[in-house]
Design a protein. Structure first.
Length: 232
């Protein structure tokens, strides 16, 4: 058999390859709870950020990314948004917004980066630290109710078809929510492509999708294109 014949047959084999473990598309509903921590000024925000559960850090950074896509003049996380809109500290808001969550492999490291920015700011501007905000900041966490869908493909074409048909809530569940469970290292789509279909490059390509500039619909479309390229 010639090398060209082998190359031509590869897409057929890949399209027909079945994984031992199907990809179970789920969606989820969030039951938002207000936690014990609350801040009425920047100093209190710093203290609360040091003590809050890591799930609150995730809630106010990763989970709210989707919401901030629809804010015309806003920042990428709730802490930055509050610093700007409630405390009128735009310089601090820009510093908090500059923290790229993709650079962190643990929520404790992400928390510490935010704490460091706040700590330096309140030390440098003590008047701003104790000035009452226009509205309090309530630290929240979300309880997740996982809901299965009808899609459980075990082939790449079926996976692409499922991606096209599920709701954006399902995309968010597997692409964003999964990062809390996977310690921020990856997402469910990349994990399945790597572990079940043995496709490391498509898995890396999916994980590199920019969660700041892409809406969940954009994420869906990009993942579909990545899978389609793998099948060609």
């Amino acid at each position: 058999m010639t090398e060209s014949a082998t190359v031509q047959e590869q897409p057929v084999r890949l399209a027909e390859l079945r994984s031992k473990k199907p990809f179970y598309f789920n969606t989820s509903e969030h039951l938002l709870r207000i936690g014990r921590e609350k801040a009425t000024n920047l100093s209190e925000l710093l203290d609360a950020l040091r003590q809050c559960p890591v799930e609150s850090v995730f809630q106010h950074t990763f989970r709210t990314l989707q919401e901030h896509h629809f804010i015309r003049h806003g920042f990428s996380n709730d802490f930055a948004q509050w610093a700007d809109s409630a405390c009128n500290e735009s310089a601090l808001a820009e510093q908090l917004a500059s923290v790229d969550v993709r650079e962190f492999t643990s929520l404790e490291e992400l928390r510490q980066a935010l704490v460091n920015i706040l700590q330096e700011y309140v030390q440098r501007k003590p008047g701003a630290a104790t000035r009452l905000a226009e509205e309090p900041f309530y630290f929240c966490v979300a309880d997740i109710v996982v809901i299965p869908t009808a899609f459980a493909p075990d082939t790449l074409p079926g996976f692409a078809d499922g991606l096209r048909q599920v709701s954006v809530h399902s995309i968010h569940h597997h692409f964003i929510e999964a990062r809390l469970r996977l310690k921020l290292m990856s997402n469910d789509f990349s994990q399945w492509l790597l572990e079940e279909m043995h496709l490391p490059e498509p898995a890396r390509a999916v994980n590199r999708i920019d969660i700041y500039t892409a809406t969940m619909e954009n994420v869906r479309q990009q993942i579909v294109r990545i899978v389609e390229r793998a099948l060609q």
